[in-house]
Design a protein around this ligand. Sequence first.
Ligand SMILES: Nc1ncnc2c1ncn2[C@@H]1O[C@H](COP(=O)(O)OP(=O)(O)OP(=O)(O)O)[C@@H](O)[C@H]1O
Length: 575
Amino acid sequence: MKYFKQFFRRHRGRAVLAALLLLGQVMGTLLIPALIADVVDRGILRGNMDAILRTGVQMLVVAVLASAVAAWGSWVTSDLSALFGREMRSKLLRKSQELSIQQFGAVGVSSMITRSTSDITNLQQTLGMMLQMAVPAPIIVAASTVMTAMVSPVMALIQVGFMAVLLIAAGVVLKKSNALSRSIQVRLDRINRVLREAITGARVIRAFGNEAYEEERSGGAYESYADNMIRLNKLFAVFIPVVWLLMGALIAVVLGIGGALTLGGTMEVGQITAVTEYSTLTMAYLIMAASAMTTLPKARACLDRLQELLDMQSAVADTAAVPAEPVHTAAVVEFDHVTFSYPGAEEPVLRDLSFTMYPGQTTAVIGSTGSGKSTLADLLLRLHDVGDGRIRLGGVDVRQLSQTELRGAIGCVPQKAFLFSGTIADNLRMGRPDASDGELWEALRVAQAEDFVRRLPQGLGAPVSQGGANFSGGQRQRLSIARALVKRADVFLFDDSFSALDVKTDAALRRALRRSVTAPAKLIIAQRVSTILDADQILVLDEGRLAGAGTHSELLEHCPIYRAIAESQMNRKEA
Ligand SMILES: Nc1ncnc2c1ncn2[C@@H]1O[C@H](COP(=O)(O)OP(=O)(O)OP(=O)(O)O)[C@@H](O)[C@H]1O
């Protein structure tokens, strides 16, 4: 609930206005039955035309004012609930950027999407319904009961009796629907997950002829969601007619007893009309409140899921401590006896790893698959924190730098080249929004992407579809390299970024990099020896340990693992 409290505290002015408008609407609603009683008893029954006209005009004014206030109130409450949705979505997006990669993975992309869409939409709708339907209900019910009691205490008691039955029935339904609502949101997560996989993996599914299995899997997810929804709807299918039955019965009782009291001379006809109106109002508002309340269990489940995410403390947080004194060094990056294990893993992925990178130098990392190369890159970006040892950037422990400062100094080309929907220029300017067109073309030239971008009719303005799906794997990689180069960085990190390039383009790109990117340090993670032949130092990783370090020729001579990798690639070429 704290997010609701914080929201209303922040938007106190609008909340007070909404409350005042609701009060105005309630007062208007309550005045009408009293005026009806007046027009019947003093006007119609006594044949007093003046009274009929006067009260009629009063009724018209009250009705018009109450409707105008109700419309304004509706607008303010809808605005408030839309604002709540927008703020929650921004909070969630910010949190998803703060969480460590592992925490993000634990929540899951599908659940993240359900939370930002369906969960927040549910909360938004519930907030709107509660403000418009549930909040006025207690005032209307209390005032109607008091007004009825003033006319006839017996009638008021009957009303209270019916209300009690309605509230008990609503309580039972709410309790039962609580658990169901929770499980419905979890099932929605599952549908999202299955659908996402079926859509993003459509090519693989078709290639393996797996359509039938996927259909069965998604069918299962839909069925289990539908089962729970049907059970929930059955509950309301019983509840709603019960409510109407109670309403009808109350009016019948009011008319019956009211008729008897009128015949006995203790009640006037107009008063029966007023009591009937108050009873109808009471029950109608209780029904509206109950239907708003029926959305509460689902909203509660949604709120819990959002709160769970928003309250998560990022495993990689900026430190509040005073930055430690930097070590004076010419090195750009230093790995100092770094050891790292993934949570729950028995063995460290990287052990006692030390190396230094200097400005203008190229450091390459090679090793078998799973040897820890990408983990090393993630540690430099501080996507995880080291277990033992330390990593320094410009002599400062990366944990003492803000994440923005740290990542601002690194131009990164991730293993999976991902582009965002928009234009080529939008993508290239991600790291430096003020880069000129000339600088974008220069980055494209170094990344060997200039030719194909120039051939596109819209050039830098050419559209990029989601994930960069309208470009080939090699084109995506080159655009993602250009995107990193546009950024002014102290270190460039290429995580297996040349693998989709043919050998000729790979060589041309490295030549251009050597010539044009001279000051920053470069860290190249590679699979192919040919990619790293001319690196200033090559690190050979073997099961997370440094098995060798040196230039290509030094390693060929002294490092059996490197020699084996080089020979296996040479043999493959000759074969
Ligand atoms: N998020 C994770 N949680 C747990 N273990 C992980 C995680 N990411 C990687 N690993 C494990 O850490 C080890 C090293 O993975 P890493 O991705 O760093 O290897 P790599 O050398 O880059 O491999 P490749 O060349 O195939 O990309 C692997 O055994 C992998 O299973």
